[in-house]
Design a protein. Structure first.
Length: 273
């Protein structure tokens, strides 16, 4: 947080978002960190929903226009934040990394911790100069449905959704309930403690080890639509299970893509294999 108030602050992006609403822009307009530019996860950090899923990856040229409008430069660090647990901010973190940006961080605890610590907020909306960042898509690995199925058999595929959705007890958003056969449940909510801050690296390393994650093998993650799975990818890197030279992969279409294909099997309950 100290870096945000220094003489050379990073580009600051507000990406508050909730699966069931209200829209993040409303929260941004009610108050945000000074200098933060709002970026709409639904409209700007994803393409239109369709057969590829509810939050497909945006086209590189569209993402580049969004990031430049927000003032993102190639040689200036970027910090992203959401309301609290980092699950939405992680999508922006991952997209920027996928696009080739090398210095991206998520604000620990998000807006909630910033406010709780009595730090300043504003309703003033900045008008940043256009950035010069050029998207180089593909700097982070991406899986399609076949790749996710193979990884579940031959490596570690983590499902970031809540346990009841993983088990198939409920499914509020997508065509069918359940999970990809062979996937292990790794709820994104487990990455933060009761105060909303990220758990220490050693705790997260123990958490992933308990899930049977093989740090030496291929790892991937998915969720409902490719948003909260990015929190798993960030947590894996924070824990030292993966690193920027050997990152885990994202199944971008996630369950919204998988479940829309009736030929894809759906597992239920706690069974992994």
């Amino acid at each position: 947080m100290t870096a945000l108030r220094g003489q050379a602050p990073p580009t600051l992006l507000d990406v508050r978002w909730s699966l069931l609403g209200p829209p993040g822009r409303e929260a941004y307009e009610e108050g945000h960190l000074p200098g933060a530019v709002f970026v709409d996860l639904d409209a700007e950090l994803a393409a239109a929903p369709g057969t590829a899923g509810r939050h497909p990856l945006p086209e590189p040229e569209d993402l580049e226009a969004v990031l430049r409008r927000a003032g993102v430069d190639s040689d200036r660090p970027v910090v992203v934040y959401d309301a609290d647990n980092g699950s939405a901010a992680s999508r922006a973190w991952w997209l920027l990394r996928w696009a080739g940006h090398r210095e991206v961080a998520v604000l620990d605890g998000g807006y909630a911790v910033w406010v709780a610590e009595g730090l300043p907020t504003t309703t003033e909306q900045p008008q940043p100069s256009e950035g010069d960042f050029r998207v180089r898509a593909g700097s982070m690995p991406v899986l399609d449905a076949d790749g996710a199925a193979g990884l579940a058999r031959e490596g570690t595929l983590l499902d970031a959704r809540a346990p009841e959705r993983y088990r198939g007890d409920v499914e509020p958003m997508d065509p069918r309930a359940g999970h990809i056969p062979g996937a292990r449940n790794a709820p994104f909510s487990a990455h933060v403690n009761d105060s909303g801050r990220w758990r220490p690296a050693e705790e997260l390393a123990e958490h992933f080890a308990a899930l049977g994650v093989d740090a030496g093998g291929p790892i991937g993650a998915y969720c409902g639509s490719g948003v909260t799975a990015c929190s798993v990818l960030l947590a894996l890197e924070h824990a030292g299970v993966t690193d920027p030279q050997r990152p885990a992969a994202l199944y971008a279409g996630s369950w919204s893509n998988w479940s829309a294909d009736p030929d894809r099997p759906a597992a239920t309950g706690e069974e992994v294999r």
